[in-house]
Design a protein around this ligand. Structure first.
Ligand code: HEM
Ligand code: HEM
Ligand code: SF4
Ligand code: SF4
Length: 393
């Protein structure tokens, strides 16, 4: 907590145009000074080589390093200064706290950032349930009575919700989420660029960062055997379940986009059957996303409490739960086609999809975008001579 003296110092720093560090940022700066003297973990990930290029850690440097960290836990398990040592060095936890703060600070519009982070799991599920209920009511009112909810309407989703109504419901939410994410990451990029040499992106730097993102390189522990979860054993399961989640999400998204093209360009409305492209993408993506999120959920419940920030658990779990609900309700919807369960399942799937998109800019989804930005800036910066002249680069 701030003392009067610290508040007076902050006020005078603000008046001089300097940037005041928050408590989590100050903690990262403290730990980075210790690590810069020790450097035992230099080969573990991108954070330590980036750290050796700096003697001082300003706000933008700290945001950059926090989003470069992949929370693999290797440096916590290797550290001779970790708790209970009096230096209390816990880099993954300190970085996670700042990362959580960057999601809030860069959220657009700013007022919504903090709200979601405090209530992730409850808010996500309540929103999905609320939206599904709203759609259920629409079916009941439109179909003249409760019977409309449990009858086989001949297999077309559009008998329940006309195509244009679906577009009218989803397009604004999707466009808003894209805009909010783009504005957030643009501000983050603008703050990071001067702190990471200011040099522009090059093709080799972009290729290197893309490789790190697509292979999730920094969850390999630096030696290929994996990262940590509940203890000091290495595990590749976090990386594998993340791959299932990440690629599953992309395939589901591709399925929805290809289905839109089928609808407008080929004049073929849903539903589609195997082996059509939208169905193949949706089926493989859905199974992959459901398995990936189930695995990440299990790992998240068992994660060592020192690894990460307990305050962000609800946000992490809310995101995992919504992804799982979206994938499984989509798959059940496929099976429910032609059965009386179609209407309820469609309402549940659409409620989950809508809640997922509405909350994308205000929580865990930001981690992928901010990490990608940090990896791109790191790949640019590491190609230049080390300004400190002591590093391993
Ligand atoms: C605009 C938003 C979306 C709408 C209107 C929508 C609607 C639908 C419909 C009508 C089906 C049934 C298709 C069939 O039985 O042939 C379906 C299936 C499915 N949806 Fe969605 N969905 C949307 C977004 C998403 C998203 C973002 C995901 C996952 C991240 C997803 C995952 C799935 C899965 C896994 C299936 C089952 C596999 C398949 O039928 O292709 N959906 N969706
Ligand atoms: C775009 C590049 C991405 C990168 C570099 C990335 C990286 C990571 C890393 C390192 C973690 C573990 C540490 C942490 O929890 O912060 C993680 C967690 C997670 N990621 Fe990603 N991710 C990306 C995109 C995505 C996407 C697109 C999705 C799904 C839509 C996703 C879903 C998740 C989930 C659900 C977790 C939570 C696991 C947990 O809390 O236990 N990620 N990601
Ligand atoms: S985390 Fe610990 S062992 Fe690793 S560089 Fe920092 S102080 Fe050294
Ligand atoms: S937790 Fe892993 S990724 Fe983060 S700083 Fe430590 S070694 Fe690097």
């Amino acid at each position: 907590m701030h003392t009067l003296e610290a508040l007076a110092r902050d006020a005078s720093a603000l008046a001089n145009g300097e940037t005041v560090l928050s408590a989590p940022e100050t903690e990262v700066a403290r730990q980075m000074q210790i690590c810069n003297a020790c450097r035992y973990c230099e080969g573990f990930c991108a954070v330590f080589p980036a750290m050796t290029r700096r003697l001082e850690f300003g706000k933008a440097d700290i945001h950059f390093l926090a989003n470069l960290c992949h929370n693999c836990g290797a440096c916590l398990h290797a550290c001779q200064y970790a708790p209970p040592h009096e230096f209390a060095v816990n880099v993954p936890q300190a970085m996670a706290q700042v990362r959580g703060q960057t999601y809030v600070d860069y959220a657009w519009p700013p007022a919504l950032g903090g709200l979601y982070q405090r209530q992730g799991l409850t808010l996500s599920l309540a929103l999905a349930a609320g939206l599904a209920l709203f759609l259920v009511l629409a079916v009941v009112l439109n179909g003249q009575g409760l019977g409309a909810l449990w009858s086989a309407p001949g297999g077309s989703f559009y008998d329940l919700f006309p195509h244009n109504l679906l577009v009218g419901l989803f397009a604004p939410v999707f466009l808003f989420a894209t805009l909010a994410l783009a504005l957030g990451v643009r501000r983050f990029w603008r703050d990071l660029t001067p702190a990471t040499s200011g040099a522009p992106l090059s093709a080799p730097a972009t290729a290197e960062a893309a490789d790190a993102v697509l292979r999730l390189k920094y969850l390999d522990g630096g030696h290929g055997e994996g990262c940590h979860n509940e203890d000091d054993a290495y595990t590749l399961s976090r990386r594998r379940f993340h791959h299932l989640t990440f690629y599953g999400f992309i395939l589901c998204f591709a399925a929805t986009s290809v289905a839109t093209l089928y609808h407008y360009l080929l004049g073929q409305p849903a539903p589609y059957d195997l082996p059509s492209l939208p169905k193949l993408l949706g089926a493989v993506g859905g199974v992959s996303l459901a398995l990936g999120t189930a695995g990440l959920w299990r790992l998240n419940l068992r994660r060592h409490p020192l690894l990460g920030d307990a305050a962000q658990k609800p946000m992490d779990r809310g995101f995992i739960a919504l992804l799982f609900l979206t994938a499984t309700s989509g798959l059940v919807l496929w099976l429910a086609r032609g059965t009386p369960a179609l209407a309820l399942t469609l309402c549940l799937h659409l409620g989950a999809v809508m809640a997922l998109f509405a909350t994308l800019p205000y929580g865990k989804f930001g981690h992928g975008i901010f990490r990608t930005a940090a990896l791109l800036r790191h790949a640019v910066e590491k190609r230049l001579p080390n300004p400190v002249g002591l590093g391993a680069d």
